[in-house]
Design a protein around this ligand. Structure first.
Ligand code: FES
Length: 573
C-alpha cells in the first residue's frame, strides 16, 4: 500500500537523503514543463494512458484524454498523464495474454512509484483492462477505470458487420468456398471501421461490463460507443470523480470484494460473456486474496438466466446494447440475485446506483429475468479425469445437440501440427469425432493462444459441417462460438492428462453432469505417463520476461497470473 501522508508532488520522494532537497528538485524539474508554483501545490490525478500505434482499439485516446484532464481540473486536481505498455490484441506474438501480467506490473509499479493521489486507468482492448485492474488492485491507490467503448458496426451490402464475430463468420464461409477471394478482400476493410473495442460481447465488452459491476468504473459507462459524445462526457466525469476521490479515498480493496466478485460472476453468466473473462476475473480477484472457484461458478450458473442477445451468442451488437439500457438495465433485472451493499467508485453502493438509475430498457435486446433467453448461465465448468481442476464450455455459444456425446479423439499435438494436417484430405476424421489440441496451455510455447476454436477440417466444412466438439488447454476469442471445451487444467505441456490422449481414445462429454472423461483406464494412463516428456523448451534456454513468464505463470484456474504477484493470504469465494 502507498503511504498517504503527503499529497501531490511531495508524495513518494526520490531518495537523495535530504527530504527538502528532494521536493525542491522535483518542483524545479516539474517547473520546466511550464507549471506554475500554484498548480504544483495541487493533488495529482495520474492518468495511465495505454494509447499505442499498435492498438487500433485505443485510436481515440488522445481526444478522450483531454476530456479526462478537463474533469480533473474541474475537480481541483492536477492531471498528469503517463504512458504504460499497451496490448493491441492482434499485434502481439505469441499472444497478448503472455504480456497481460507484464502490463499489470508496469501499471502497478508506476502507480506506486510516481507522485499520484488517485489514478484513472484508460484501457479497453481485451487484456488491457484486466492488466490495469490487476495492477491497481495490487497498488491499492484510489483508482477509476475508463474503458475505450465499443466500435460502431458497418455494412457489407445489406449485411451489418462488426468485429470480430463477423470476421470469423465470413472467414468460415471463405474456407467453405461459399464466398470468393475478391469478396473476402472487400469485407476485410469493412469489419472494423471506427475506434473502439470489438463491436460484440467479446472479451473487451465483457470486461467493461464486469468492471462496471465490480464498481470500478462510473455507472452507465461500460457500453457507450467509443465515438459517441457520451464517451467524452464519461471521460470528463471520470476525471472529476478521480479528483473528488482524493478527498474521500476509496481503494480497490474496498470495492473488489468477495461480494462484488460474485456479482461480476453473475453478470458474466447473464451476458453469455467471454470465456476469457473468467480467467481475468480470477486474476483480478486473486490480487486481493479472493479465490474464484469454478464449483461456485457452476452453482451460480444454475441460477443465473442469460439476458443479453448479443453476438457471438445472439444477433445484436454493443451499440444496440447501449441504446437498450446497457448495464443499468441488466443489473436491475438481476437485482434479486445480487449483493446490493457493494461499494462503487462513486462512494455509493450498487443498491444506491440502481435506485437512482432512470430505468429505460429495450426488452428486445435485454430480456426480462422472468422471461430470459436461457434459464441458466452462459458458461459452465466441466470436471473429470481429463480436467481435474476444471475446463470451461460456453454453453450459450455451443450446439445443444453435442452436449451429451461420446466421440473418438483425433489428436493434434501442437498448433504447428494442427496447421499442417487439419486440411489434409487424407485426415482420418468424421463430424462425430472430438478434435483434441495439446500443448496450447499457459506454459506452452504458444502461451495459451485463442486457438481453442479449432477450424473445422476443410473436408468436413465443405460438406456443411459447422460445429464439432473441440477440446484443448487453449483459450477462445470472446467473439467465437461452437462446442468448444477450453482451459483444460492442468495443461498438457505441464503433465496434465490432456497430454496423454492418443488418437482413437474415447472421450465422453456431458454438459448435464458437468463432466468430461477420457475413457482410458488408470493403468494405461500410468504407462503413458511414464513415457511422457514435455515438449516445452528447458528454462535455461530462456531469458528476460520469457523466463520470468515460464517460471511464474499459474494455471487457468488461478487466472494465469504470476506466483510472485499473489498476496500473502487467500480467501475462497
Ligand atoms: Fe481490441 Fe477486439 S481487438 S477489443
Amino acid at each position: 500500500m502507498v503511504d498517504d501522508k503527503e499529497k501531490g508532488l511531495a508524495r513518494g520522494l526520490t531518495n537523495y537523503g535530504d527530504r527538502d532537497f528532494s521536493i525542491y528538485l522535483r518542483r524545479s524539474f516539474a517547473s520546466s514543463m511550464g507549471y506554475s508554483q500554484e498548480v504544483l501545490k495541487k493533488p495529482i490525478v495520474g492518468i495511465a494512458n495505454s494509447f499505442s500505434g499498435f492498438n487500433n482499439c485505443h485510436r481515440h485516446f488522445p481526444e478522450l484524454l483531454e476530456a479526462v484532464k478537463r474533469g480533473v481540473l474541474l475537480g481541483g486536481g492536477l492531471p498528469i498523464e503517463f504512458p504504460t505498455i499497451s496490448l493491441g490484441e492482434v499485434y502481439l506474438n505469441p499472444t497478448s495474454l503472455k504480456f497481460r501480467n507484464l502490463m499489470s506490473m508496469d501499471t502497478e509499479e508506476m502507480i506506486r512509484a510516481q507522485p499520484i493521489d488517485a489514478v484513472v486507468l484508460m484501457g479497453g482492448c481485451d487484456k488491457t483492462v484486466p492488466a490495469q485492474l490487476m495492477g491497481a488492485a495490487s497498488a491499492d491507490l484510489p483508482a477509476l477505470q475508463l474503458v475505450a467503448g465499443p466500435m460502431m458496426t458497418s455494412r457489407h451490402g445489406e449485411e451489418r458487420l462488426g468485429a470480430c464475430t463477423d470476421c470469423r463468420r465470413f472467414w468460415g464461409k471463405f474456407r467453405a468456398n461459399e464466398i470468393s477471394a475478391e469478396e473476402i478482400n472487400q469485407i476485410e476493410s469493412r469489419l472494423a471501421t471506427t475506434a473502439g473495442t470489438c463491436a460484440v460481447m467479446g472479451t473487451a465488452s465483457t470486461m467493461a461490463c464486469i468492471t462496471e459491476t465490480l464498481g470500478m468504473s462510473l455507472p452507465g459507462t461500460a457500453a457507450i460507443p467509443a465515438v459517441h459524445a457520451d464517451r467524452l462526457r464519461a471521460g470528463e466525469a471520470t476525471g472529476l470523480a478521480a479528483a473528488q476521490m482524493i478527498h474521500n479515498p476509496i481503494r480497490p480493496s474496498q470495492i473488489i470484494t468477495e461480494k462484488s466478485v460474485e456479482n461480476a460472476m453473475r453478470v458474466l453468466l447473464a451476458l453469455g460473456g467471454s470465456t476469457n473473462a473468467i480467467i481475468h476475473l480470477t486474476a483480478i480477484a486473486g490480487r486481493l486474496g479472493i479465490r474464484v472457484s469454478l464449483e461456485r461458478l457452476n452453482a451460480l450458473s444454475d441460477t443465473t438466466p442469460v439476458l443479453v442477445n448479443l453476438k457471438p451468442v445472439g444477433s445484436d451488437y454493443m451499440e444496440d446494447f447501449f441504446y437498450a439500457g446497457g448495464m443499468g438495465a441488466v443489473l436491475r433485472e438481476l437485482m434479486p440475485l445480487l449483493h446490493l451493499d457493494t461499494l462503487t467508485v462513486t462512494g455509493g453502493t450498487l443498491g444506491d446506483r440502481l435506485e437512482e438509475d432512470p430505468g429505460y430498457v429495450d426488452h428486445r435486446i435485454i430480456s426480462r429475468a422472468d422471461d430470459p433467453l436461457e434459464p441458466q448461465g452462459g458458461l459452465v465448468a466441466l470436471f473429470g479425469n481429463i480436467a481435474p481442476r476444471g475446463a470451461i464450455l460456453k454453453r450459450s455459444a455451443a450446439d445443444i445437440r453435442l452436449f451429451e456425446k461420446e466421440g473418438r479423439a483425433v489428436v493434434f499435438n501442437s498448433l504447428e501440427d494442427l496447421a499442417a494436417r487439419v486440411d489434409d484430405p487424407d485426415l482420418d476424421i468424421t463430424e462425430d469425432d472430438f478434435m483434441v489440441l495439446q500443448n496450447a496451455g499457459p506454459k506452452s510455447a504458444s502461451g495459451m493462444p485463442e486457438a481453442g476454436y479449432l477450424p473445422i477440417p476443410k473436408k468436413l466444412s465443405s460438406k456443411g459441417v459447422k460445429d464439432m466438439v473441440r477440446i484443448s488447454d487453449a483459450r477462445m476469442s470472446g467473439t467465437a462460438f461452437g462446442t468448444i471445451v477450453l482451459h483444460v487444467t492442468p495443461e498438457s505441456s505441464d503433465g496434465g492428462v490432456l497430454g496423454l490422449v492418443q488418437n482413437g481414445d474415447r472421450i465422453r462429454l456431458s454438459v448435464k453432469n458437468k463432466s468430461i472423461e477420457l475413457l482410458v483406464d488408470d493403468a494405461e494412463l500410468d504407462s503413458r505417463r511414464a513415457k511422457w516428456a514435455t515438449i516445452n523448451d528447458p528454462l535455461d534456454t530462456k531469458r528476460g520476461y520469457d523466463r520470468l513468464y515460464a517460471e511464474q505463470v499459474l494455471q487457468a484456474d488461478e487466472g494465469c497470473d504470476f506466483t510472485i504477484l499473489q498476496p500473502i493470504t487467500t480467501k475462497v469465494t
